[in-house]
Write a protein that binds this ligand. Structure first.
Ligand code: X6L
Ligand code: MG
Ligand code: MG
Length: 164
């Protein structure tokens, strides 16, 4: 399984995520197989910024991990992503969470994503689409979410394309 995490907390958050999914689906060699619901989430890391909408998608692709990252970064840029403040607000962020069982640690890309397994804004939507697949340390996303996602920091917002 290959999963991407999406987030937006600037402008038309839902429109930004919808556009990112559409552009990824239109990218040569990328097929979007599953799309989670949108979740409204409290900002983590740098907390003085608007709430996010987050989602996770599963893709099938002929692209390798680095090519997939290149596609994600190009879609981010195409939707106006600016990188000024580290961990700051963004129109859209697209992270490669994991790419099958690939383990990689380079300057550009670390797989699996080094902290996805402890981020509720990733685990909760991932649990929706990843079913019984072990995603980290042999555990399912639901198991990981149950261990750390107790408070109301991740709230169901709605499905893409259904008016939020
Ligand atoms: C200590 C230090 C504890 C840093 C946590 C956590 C840093 C997450 C960065 C951290 C730390 C991040 C999103 C977000 C960001 C998002 C929500 C990041 C990168 N992206 N909050 N914060 N959704 N809810 O997509 O994930 S910045
Ligand atoms: Mg991110
Ligand atoms: Mg990112």
């Amino acid at each position: 399984m290959i999963c991407l995490g999406l987030g937006s907390n600037l402008g038309d958050r839902e429109g930004n995520i919808a556009a990112a999914v559409a552009r990824l689906a239109a990218w040569p060699g990328v097929s979007v197989e599953k799309v989670s619901s949108l979740y409204e989430t409290a900002p983590v890391g740098y907390t003085d910024q608007p709430d996010f909408l987050n989602a996770v998608i599963a893709v099938v692709t002929t692209l390798g991990p680095r090519e997939l990252l290149t596609a994600c970064l190009a879609v981010e840029r195409g939707l106006g992503r600016e990188r000024s403040v580290r961990w700051g607000p963004r129109t859209v962020d697209i992270d490669v969470l994991f790419y099958d069982d690939v383990v990689l640690d380079s300057d550009e890309l670390t797989l699996p994503h080094p902290r996805f397994h402890e981020r509720c804004f990733v685990l909760v939507p991932l649990a929706e689409i990843a079913g019984d697949a072990p995603v980290f340390a042999g555990k399912t996303a639901a198991e990981l979410a149950a261990a750390c996602c107790g408070d109301g920091a991740v709230r169901l917002y709605g499905k893409l394309g259904r008016g939020g």
